[in-house]
Design a protein around this ligand. Sequence first.
Ligand code: ADP
Ligand code: MG
Length: 144
Amino acid sequence: MIVRETNSPEETLAFAREWGEKAKPGQIFTLNGDLGVGKTVFAKGFAEGLGITEPVCSPTFTIVQEYNGGRLPLYHFDVYRIEDPEEMEEVGLDEYLFGDGVCLIEWADQISELLPDGVIRITIRKEPDKGFDRRIITAEGPGL
Ligand code: ADP
Ligand code: MG
């Protein structure tokens, strides 16, 4: 398990950029944590690390957004609004999960039963008594 504390959005961006730089084809990253904790900030940094220059925003209404301008394709999901796993079939989840790009899934706990083993779980939480911008980011998964 890897644990990192950040004290600003910039620090979270920089940490996520490192993950994007190291990402390998077929990897799946889940991103969990409350609303406004920094999941999309992490996704932006991750995309930068892959060399993606397009602006990244939360695909809340489209569920998934594809970015093909980097070293590897990035499939950025936000499954906050998913109420029924069948909705993910319509989105074509498995083609993304078992493709050659990298999946980054905000609110992945909503669809945990649809995900394979071996994902890298990123969890972000606030630590309000230590400062408004303080976050604890943990990464767990095979080899970490
Ligand atoms: P989520 O996708 O988890 O709902 P966002 O990434 O959209 O959250 O928003 C996180 C918000 O928290 C942003 O406004 C960002 O500027 C702010 N923020 C403050 N401190 C941090 C930090 N250490 N890391 C990430 N975001 C932070
Ligand atoms: Mg978000």
